[in-house]
Design a protein around this ligand. Structure first.
Ligand code: FAD
Ligand code: SIN
Length: 523
């Protein structure tokens, strides 16, 4: 079946929904999403969204904190744009119904997280993302120009390649004409023809065994763009959140928000000793790359499987009011935060790199934009500052919309696009080939491409992944397309990109730490 639209938006997190709402004022929007419409990394965001909000704070301070966390690799022009436009975009979220918490004086209750010099995080309890999704989806449902198709999985974008033309990474005018999308309820592949396509597919957490990201985070958008010969960058900068709850067998890992450390919680080893000041003067509130490496170092030297977050000294009512979700979770596991320290361990959390875009979210492929976590704007550099991700998503959704609406009248739908070719393929005989390979990818990445890396480990990961790549390509050629098969292909591609770009960077910077190039904070 052919579907025609002005805008095709792939993904229903904060980035895709924000773009869709704006774009719907200038054309028909088709928004597809591979799971339930609210399922996304956004839904699980806890801490909140960073923005300059009160007079003691300033754009310059937020800019300095972002640059500092980014370890010298942020694009300063982009940092300035995002921070200075951010407050307006957060006001828009509020205008459309998002409820951020206020204090007794009626002022927004601003939290503080690692690397921030001021309190500037707007939040809704410890379930900020859920509240943002709720507000955005409510508006989306009432907009006549937006069609949401859930359980639709984007397989590949359509370019000249599908018209039989040769496309390489140096082809100057690779153009996106839409995407092939799988209706996972009936197994049909539809051809969506669009004038403008927006990739908003989120993160890559499922490439690791331990991650805070839900199962949808398989890096599909980045892999699609890479296969279409678009530019992908900074993939070596994978962020591990320092404090996920240590609860073996739970997947994804449950996050203990950094805002708890902003509220006074302290990282300790099993012998009740604070250790972060050995590594950084900011202690438990140092930027994430430093805290995660410090925890990794403590666990390895002590032979422990986890360290602790100590909340026992904190105000009971305040903690329960601010973090009801975390409190309930801990109590459910028999951990009373006022009596017991909470066991925590770092887990993969965020990808700073992704689809290379310019300041208007345009990718290197014509008529294809990328927004949110799947995009690499230059804001985060080598390490993202806490709560800057939701901010980047709304700022770039707006920038993409401003640019795309001007281009829309000049673009026509492409003719001659063939339907999906399933010739010569058969249904998979053994699902185990796919599920087992997915686990192997996760093990390779977690064992060899984690918080601390070495050239030897990267080489080993590369060689192991190559075997999986060859096996899976052979399987892909002859097997009827499914979401599981396509996701596996994407995970292998993402693993390959992380390893390859990590091998190319011969230094330790931000989240990319090579033991051959030691940094000073590790004792
Ligand atoms: P997502 O919200 O992940 O949405 C991606 C969408 O794309 C999903 O709907 C998915 O189903 C869909 N999709 C993916 N592939 C396909 C495909 N092939 N076909 C169709 N649909 C597809 N950041 C902050 O700034 N502050 C926080 O407090 C914060 N807390 C976090 C807590 C947790 C537990 C996690 C996991 C992340 C947190 N982050 C936080 C990071 C932040 O939530 C994400 O970076 C951000 O929400 C990403 O938004 P997005 O719209 O780009 O992607
Ligand atoms: C958290 O709440 O600690 C996560 C914030 C983020 O990822 O920005």
């Amino acid at each position: 079946m052919f579907i025609k639209t002005d805008y095709l938006v792939i993904g229903s997190g904060i980035a895709g929904l924000s773009f869709a709402l704006k774009a719907a004022e200038s054309g028909k929007v088709m928004l597809i999403t591979k799971s339930n419409e609210d399922e996304s990394n956004t839904k699980y965001a806890q801490g909140g969204i960073a923005a300059v909000w009160h007079s003691a704070d300033s754009f310059e301070k937020h800019i300095a904190d972002t640059l500092n966390a980014g370890a010298g690799l942020c694009n300063e022009k982009i940092v300035r744009q995002v921070v200075s436009e951010g407050t307006k975009r957060v006001e828009e979220l509020i205008d459309l119904g998002t409820q951020f918490d206020r204090n007794a004086n009626g002022q927004y209750d601003l939290a503080k997280e690692g690397g921030h010099s001021e309190h500037r995080i707007l939040h809704h309890k410890d379930v900020t993302g859920l509240e943002i999704e709720r507000a955005l989806l409510k508006k989306i449902h009432s907009h006549g120009n937006i069609t949401v198709l859930d359980h639709y999985f984007a397989i590949d974008i359509i370019t000249q390649h599908h018209l039989g033309k040769r496309v390489t990474s140096s082809t100057p005018d690779i153009t996106c004409y839409g995407a092939y999308v799988l209706n996972t309820k009936n197994g049909h592949v539809d051809t969506v023809l669009s004038k403008i396509t927006v990739m908003a597919t989120g993160g890559i957490g499922q490439v690791y065994s331990t991650t805070t990201n839900p199962v949808i985070a398989t890096g599909d958008g980045i892999a699609m763009v890479y296969r279409a010969k678009g530019k992908v960058k900074d993939m070596e900068f994978v962020q591990f959140h320092p404090t996920s709850l240590y609860n073996p067998g739970e997947r994804p890992s449950f996050l203990i928000t950094e805002a708890m450390r902003g509220f006074g919680a302290i990282l300790k080893t099993a012998d009740n000793r604070e250790f972060m000041h050995k590594y950084d003067a900011r202690g438990s509130l140092a930027p994430r790359d430093i805290v995660s490496r410090a925890i990794d170092h403590e666990m390895k030297t002590r032979g422990d499987d986890f360290v602790y977050l100590d909340c026992r000294h904190l105000d009971r009512k305040g903690l329960i009011d601010h973090f009801p979700n975390i409190y309930t979770k801990c109590m459910g596991l028999g951990i009373d935060p006022f009596l017991n320290m909470i066991p925590i361990v770092p887990a993969q959390h965020y990808l700073c790199g992704g689809i290379a875009v310019d300041e208007f979210a345009q990718s290197s492929i014509l008529n294809l934009y990328a927004v949110g976590e799947c995009a690499c704007t230059g804001l985060h550099g080598a390490n993202r500052l806490a709560s800057n991700s939701l901010l980047e998503a709304v700022v770039y959704a707006h920038r993409a919309f401003e640019n795309a609406r001007l281009k829309l009248p000049e673009i026509s739908l492409q003719g001659g696009i063939p339907e999906w070719n399933a010739e010569g393929t058969e249904h998979a005989e053994e699902m185990v080939l796919i599920t087992q390979s997915r686990k192997e990818v996760q093990q390779i990445m977690s064992n060899y491409v984690g918080i601390v890396r070495s050239s030897l480990r990267l080489k080993r990961a590369f060689d192991r992944l190559e075997i999986l790549y060859k096996e899976n390509e052979a399987l892909y050629e002859k097997t009827t397309i499914t979401q599981a098969l396509s996701e596996l292909r994407n995970l292998i591609c993402i693993g390959y990109l992380i390893i390859k770009q990590a091998m190319e960077r011969k230094e330790s910077v931000g989240l990319h730490y090579l033991i051959e190039f030691k940094k000073k904070e590790t004792v």
